[in-house]
Design a protein around this ligand. Structure first.
Ligand SMILES: NC(=O)c1ccc[n+]([C@@H]2O[C@H](COP(=O)([O-])OP(=O)(O)OC[C@H]3O[C@@H](n4cnc5c(N)ncnc54)[C@H](O)[C@@H]3O)[C@@H](O)[C@H]2O)c1
Length: 314
């Protein structure tokens, strides 16, 4: 597929997932406009992108102001939001503002430009789910005042805002609900489980498992996620799609596999489970598979090795 002649705006371009998405669209020949204020992203993530003449970058806080963009824009990707549990306690208001006021600004821009808009929502909209695996029809079990609520509820709001623009203004919109994704470009001190475990394993430190490690997650390698997001953006269904990898592991198994794959001398130690930590997470991907034939390709061990290479070279 060639996207030559198309312009794509990526909000949050210096972040982990958005920088991979930007790279993918540059590889398809599109012009990419990146916006970021570096609150959780890094200049390193856009260094390579900046070598491409089709990449334009603006440093800005999208809920304060987006620079005037004179060019036509065909697709807007709303991915600017901190996404790690460590951010939930440190910058909760910034998270709520970017997912509400920031999303609103991007929706208005899409309306003005006649662009298709995609909101990067999250599996966190399901909260600590009572249904397993989670289908898009599940309405969730979210604590509106818990420590994760700044993220969960503001993403739910962003979905509602997106659907309101779709219904009221017939804006062409898409929503993806992203499940745990990992890969090169994450912050080493990001607080999410895979960078934690890999960095501990590389240093020979204990891998810290919260609780007894029986809680489960489903981890998706970033290139598979980029494909899933792409298929939703270029499909024709405005309702939410789960995106991720359905392979489910306990956190303890995940720690054991990382130690094995990286041939590390680390051991495992246990800490108290944080409040509202979801016990189970696995996407039901039937809807995305039926629409597009999507299947993730990168095996866990391969993804871990690639991610560890990135952290080793930092
Ligand atoms: N990585 C995952 O597992 C995962 C899971 C579910 C949802 N998501 C969603 O995907 C998107 C990207 O996540 P990520 O893991 O790459 O996170 P990330 O923190 O690496 O990327 C987000 C980027 O947005 C930027 N940003 C935040 N607020 C901003 C603002 N006000 N103005 C301009 N830029 C701003 C950050 O600086 C960062 O570069 C987020 O919307 C996140 O909620 C990610």
């Amino acid at each position: 597929m060639s996207l030559e002649g198309k312009t794509i705006l990526v909000a949050g371009a210096a972040g982990f997932v958005p920088s991979h998405l930007s790279e993918y669209y540059l590889s398809l020949g599109a012009k990419v406009i990146g916006l970021d204020n570096f609150i959780t992203g890094s200049p390193g993530n856009i260094e390579k992108l900046k070598e491409n003449n089709n990449f334009k970058f603006f440093e800005c806080n999208i809920y304060e102001s987006i620079p005037e963009l004179t060019e036509k824009i065909d697709y807007v990707f709303s991915l600017a939001s901190p996404a790690s549990p460590i951010d939930f306690s440190e910058i909760p208001l910034e998270i709520m503002r970017v997912n509400s006021e920031g999303t609103l600004k991007l929706l208005n821009l899409s309306l003005e430009k006649g662009a298709r808009f995609l909101e990067a929502s999250t599996s966190e909209v399901y909260g600590d789910p009572k249904e397993h695996p989670q289908k898009e029809s599940y309405l969730g079990h979210v604590n509106p005042i818990g420590p994760r609520s700044c993220y969960d509820e503001s993403k739910r709001f962003a979905e509602a805002l997106t659907m309101s623009f779709h219904r009221k203004f017939a804006l062409d919109t898409r929503i993806v609900r992203i499940f745990n994704t990992y890969g090169p470009g994450m912050r080493p001190n990001d607080g999410r489980v895979i960078p934690n475990f890999i960095n501990q394993a590389l240093k020979g430190e204990d891998l810290t498992v919260y609780g007894d490690g029986s809680q489960t997650r489903s981890f998706c390698y970033v290139s598979d996620l980029v494909q899933a997001i792409h298929l939703v953006m270029f499909g024709d269904d405005p309702t939410p799609f789960n995106c991720g990898n359905p392979g489910e592991v306990t956190i303890l198994e995940c720690a054991q596999q990382i130690i094995k794959v990286l041939n590390s001398s680390s051991k495992i130690s246990f800490r108290d489970l944080p409040e509202d930590d979801p016990k189970k997470r696995r996407p039901d991907l039937t809807k995305l598979k039926n629409m597009s034939g999507y299947a993730p390709k990168v095996p866990f061990a391969e993804g871990i090795i690639k991610t560890a290479e990135f952290f080793k070279n930092l």
